[in-house]
Structures are given as structure tokens and as C-alpha cells.
Design a binder for this molecule. Structure first.
Ligand code: PMP
Length: 425
């Protein structure tokens, strides 16, 4: 279907047909949800052996009694796990609580209140701002919004953030104090940053103010659907460019084991870790080491974790295929939208014709299919093109997803045809 070249009569006929189909679907009173990237129960089951794995042996290999207070930076064995996930040395890792998002929030507050590595606290700047590659992860943007940190949209392409735009903004505005990056299987576009992008990011520390930090949220480092995709190592690149202080890396086992009770990690230079610890020691006596030990026993080797991720992939892959088949079959030969075909991560990013995303989301909601709100993937929830919709296939069953996707495709068609009709009249 090419609606650009359709006549008004053809469009009107099509609209009538699609509307009738839509009305029939609405009568089914569906209640489906493809909003958030939550693992399904089947995926969570893969990690149920965490329960009881300690068998009353609470001592870590280094003799730590994990039941007791202490150990601000986490158990060594847990830090080793984080080091494997982020491909960095164990000494540069803190193993913390259950959420990397909490750690990111903590890191932004550290920069804001105290500054990193002796640099000016961001709150002392007139208008501190983060660069936000878009579409991006809504919860990153919420952190900035809550703290009154400005946000600047940076377009994403197939290699990562548009680095010309990134460098231009940094050269023009010395109050840019950070950038959000989801470097592997980006949320939501699925893009993995190229070597050149990683290198250019690693060089930013040479042109930014010294308090600037790259928030390297490597949430999907081991979440490949097929073959392992390797991400260029940002730590090595910053070592080569003498910019090691410019990066903070994050990861967690949230979508590896149990999503609400995993272990989160932050990795950084010793100067940055000192800044984080300064604030952390006022907040807590130490993390949940019992849970950290459970995870270390569950994943005795990094290869065990990789094998475990294959089992996740076996569950997730058919769901991604289902989404992509619906899009290809329903919209493949049309001018009604574009989408990514990710090799990992948790999302499929879909772009409608400009100005249609909100209508698609509303039509789907009225038909009983909940989608992530249009605009959610942009700072301040404002998609300038009203085009991006994030599809999260992991949580529903394959059967539910199949139904949800037929409704989605129908809503995309209906919204596009109605928009075109309106423009034509
Ligand atoms: N970062 C990204 C990019 C995510 O997609 C998610 C989960 N949706 C998180 C962080 C949250 O991770 P955690 O559960 O470790 O807080």
C-alpha cells in the first residue's frame, strides 16, 4: 500500500474497509499490554534455582560472612561478575543493590551535588544540560527532568548518536555535563554503537568541561538474540585518549536473572569511584551481599551466564520474529512506517509517518492494546515528529503478541489513511 500516490476515492474506500475491521476488533474487548520491557514469567523461571542455592553457606570465597553489615563496594566475587559483563578490571567495579537505574540516579546526584573528581558541582552552573540521543530510554530523561537538568535531543543513526551533532553542541556550550548512552542494543532502536562512534565518544573528554560524564548504560551487554555482537570497549578507548575520567559504566543482572532482585554494577576510574563512594557511604552501610553471593554461585563462570542468556534468547527470539513478521507482512510494501530489526535487547522501534504516532497509540488503546505512550522515548515526552513508538515483545505470550501485533498494524494503517484523507480534503 502506497498511500502517497492513492487518489481520494481510493483512500475513502480504504478508510471504510479499515474502519469496519477496526470496529469488529473493538468488540472483542481485548486487554493486551506491550508497553514495558519486562521479562516474561517463562524467562524468570530460568533463574528460580537462585532460591536455596546458598544452602545455608553464607560465606563468600574470601571468607566474608555475607549476612552481616559492611562491604560498601560489594563482594569481590560479585564485582568479578560485573567486570565480566562490562569487560573491565574488577578493581574498577562496585557491586551494589538491585537496580542500575538507582545507581545512575545516584551518579547524577553525585555530579549535581558534589561534582565528580573534584570538578565543579553541576548545580553551580547556570544551565547544566545532558545530551540525549533519541529515541532513548524514558527513565534516563526522567532523572534529568526531576533534577532540573536541561536536555538536548541528538539524533540516532545506525552507528549510534550523531557524533557531529554531539561535538558541535559540546563546542558551543560548556555547560553540557553529560550524555546518556545505551551502547549495545540501544533502548529502543536496537542499534549497537560502531567503533568510530565509541572512539569519538572517548575523545569527547578532550573538548568538554572536565566535569562532563558519559553515562554508559550497558543494560543489554549480554542480551543477544543470535550470535554475540561485540561492542567496542570504551574503557580501552578512553585510556588511549587520556580521558578515563569521562566515563561511568553501568550494568545489571535485572534481565538476566530476576528483574526486581538482581545485582547492579557501576564501573569507573578510581577518581570517579571515590566520588561515588563519598556519597554512597553516607547512604548505606553496604549492599545486599547475600543476593550478590547467590548470583556468584549461580554464575560460577562468565560462560555459565552466556549459556543462560542463550535460554533467554530461545524464548525471546520467536517473539521478535512475530513482531517483525507482522510488520513485514502488513506494512512491508507500504509507505506507512519504518522499523528496526534488532539483533538483541528488548525492543523494536517503529516510526509511523510524521504526525501519526499519538493516533496509533490511542486507536490501539481503544481496541484494548496498550502501547508505550507516543513521545515517551523523547525528553519531556515530546517527539517533534510524533512518529516513534516502542514495541516491547518480551512480556506477553506469543499468542497474545500475535493478536496485539495484528491490532497494531491495523491501527497504523487506519491512522495513516485517515491522516492522508484529511490532508487531501
Ligand atoms: N537501562 C536501560 C536502558 C533499561 O532498558 C533498563 C530496564 N528497562 C534499565 C536500565 C533498568 O535496569 P535496572 O533494572 O538494573 O535498574
Amino acid at each position: 500500500m502506497q498511500i502517497e500516490s492513492a487518489t481520494s476515492i481510493q483512500l475513502a474506500e480504504l478508510e471504510k474497509e479499515l474502519s469496519a475491521h477496526y470496529e469488529r476488533i473493538c468488540q472483542h474487548e481485548l486487554s493486551l499490554d506491550i508497553t514495558r520491557g519486562k521479562p516474561s514469567a517463562e524467562q524468570l523461571n530460568l533463574s528460580d534455582n537462585l532460591d536455596g542455592i546458598l544452602a545455608a553457606d553464607y560465606r563468600a570465597a574470601d571468607g566474608t560472612d555475607t549476612r552481616n553489615y559492611g562491604g560498601l563496594i560489594g563482594l569481590t566475587c560479585a564485582r568479578e561478575l560485573g567486570a565480566d559483563m562490562l569487560q573491565v578490571p574488577t578493581e574498577e567495579v562496585i557491586a551494589a543493590g538491585n537496580s542500575s537505574l538507582t545507581l545512575m540516579y545516584h551518579a547524577v546526584v553525585t555530579g549535581y551535588l558534589f561534582g565528580f573528581a573534584g570538578n565543579t558541582p553541576w548545580r553551580e552552573l547556570k544551565a547544566p544540560k545532558f545530551l540525549c540521543p533519541v529515541p532513548g530510554y524514558d527513565r534516563h530523561f526522567t532523572i534529568c527532568e526531576q533534577l532540573g537538568i536541561g536536555m538536548i535531543n541528538i539524533p540516532m543513526d545506525e552507528e549510534g548518536p550523531d557524533m557531529d551533532a554531539v561535538e558541535k553542541h559540546i563546542r558551543e556550550d560548556s555547560e553540557i555535563i553529560g550524555i546518556w548512552c545505551v551502547p549495545k542494543y540501544s533502548n529502543p532502536s536496537g542499534v549497537t554503537y560502531s567503533k568510530e562512534t565509541v572512539e569519538r565518544l572517548a575523545q569527547l573528554g578532550q573538548i568538554t568541561n572536565p566535569g562532563f560524564r558519559i553515562f554508559w548504560d550497558n543494560a543489554y551487554s549480554v542480551h543477544d538474540l543470535g550470535h554475540y555482537v561485540s561492542l567496542p570497549n570504551i574503557r580501552s578507548a578512553t585510556l588511549e585518549n587520556d580521558t578515563v575520567d569521562s566515563v561511568l559504566q553501568f550494568a545489571s543482572t535485572s534481565k538476566v536473572t530476576h528483574a526486581g532482585s538482581g545485582v547492579a554494577f557501576v564501573s569507573a576510574s578510581s577518581a570517579n569511584l571515590a566520588s561515588l563512594k563519598h556519597q554512597l557511604q553516607a547512604m548505606t552501610i553496604g549492599p545486599d551481599k547475600v543476593n550478590q553471593l547467590r548470583h556468584s554461585r549461580f554464575f560460577t563462570e562468565f560462560t555459565t551466564l552466556k549459556e543462560h542468556m542463550r535460554k533467554h534468547a530461545n524464548i525471546l527470539k520467536p517473539k521478535f520474529e512475530c513482531v517483525l513478521e507482522h510488520l513485514q507482512h502488513g506494512l512491508g510494501e507500504s509507505d506507512l512506517g519504518q522499523w528496526e530489526k534488532p539483533e538483541g535487547g528488548y525492543f523494536v522501534s517503529f516510526n509511523t509517518r510524521p504526525g501519526c504516532a499519538k493516533t496509533v497509540v490511542q486507536l490501539a488503546a481503544d481496541a484494548g492494546v496498550k502501547l508505550t505512550p507516543a513521545g515517551a522515548t523523547f525528553p519531556y515526552r515530546k517527539d517533534p515528529e510524533d512518529s516513534n513508538i516502542r514495541i516491547a515483545p518480551s512480556f506477553p505470550s506469543l499468542e497474545e503478541l500475535d493478536t496485539a501485533m495484528s491490532v497494531f498494524v491495523l491501527c497504523v494503517k487506519l491512522a495513516s489513511v485517515r491522516q492522508q484523507l484529511k490532508q487531501a480534503s
